[in-house]
Write a protein that binds this ligand. Structure first.
Ligand SMILES: N[C@@H](CCC(=O)N[C@@H](CS)C(=O)NCC(=O)O)C(=O)O
Length: 201
């Protein structure tokens, strides 16, 4: 398996999840400007959507979209319990979390990373704030998003909270989320993934 990533981007969640699942894989960095991969390919030919994560499977297929890739990884090793079994109510709850992080938080950050107007950035900040206010309440005293069981939703939330430092959004205003970020960040596989991407020295 090959995981195509942009350092520190949303693909970090899959990088962590693969390690938590104990799956062997090759980490392939994509150059944001040249669009070349560090194994010498044109990334846009690998994923014509042009974005990460992209998971190159051993049968030659390429799987994309965070919500799908993360569940695919979890299902490769059920013993790691990174996702509840398919068809259970708990699995739908996991999908609910993944969808929330993807469409309500992850995508809300995008304008803050781009050359957008001050108004657009202000709107994005207000949107993220509203969602994180809600999330802070929903997390309550839970250790992980799904309760006491770590799932693939956790490295995804960690990844998007981690962007706060790059866009001057102080996650400390949500103490519960800050503690969650510290907790997930301290896991050995998170540290390993951050180092592999060159985000952490
Ligand atoms: N719908 C996609 C969006 C993925 C996405 O937004 N990827 C960003 C990084 S977080 C990306 O690769 N952007 C292209 C670029 O920055 O050149 C998903 O959820 O997987």
């Amino acid at each position: 398996m090959k995981l195509y990533i942009l350092p520190g981007a949303c693909s970090l969640a899959s990088n962590v999840a693969l390690r938590e699942a104990g799956i062997k894989f090759d980490l392939v960095k994509v150059d944001r400007k040249t669009r070349r991969t560090d194994d010498g390919m044109d990334f846009d030919e690998i994923n014509s959507k042009g974005y990460v994560p992209a998971l190159g499977l051993d049968n030659g297929e390429v799987l994309t979209e965070n919500v799908t890739v993360l569940q695919y990884i979890a299902d490769r090793n059920p013993a790691a319990k990174l996702a509840p079994p398919a068809g259970t109510m708990e699995r739908y709850r996991l999908q609910e979390w993944l969808s929330f992080i993807n469409s309500e938080v992850h995508k809300a950050f995008s304008p803050l990373f781009q050359d957008t107007s001050a108004d657009t950035k202000q709107y994005a900040r207000a949107y993220i704030t509203k969602r994180l206010n809600w999330l802070q309440g929903a997390m309550g005293s839970k250790t992980f998003l799904m309760g006491e069981q770590y799932t693939v939703a956790d490295p995804y939330l960690f990844t998007v909270l981690n962007w706060g430092r790059f866009v001057d959004l102080d996650i400390g205003q949500w103490p519960t989320l800050k503690r969650f970020h510290e907790r997930i960040g301290a896991r050995p596989h998170t540290t390993e993934a951050l180092k592999a991407e060159g985000v952490l020295k």
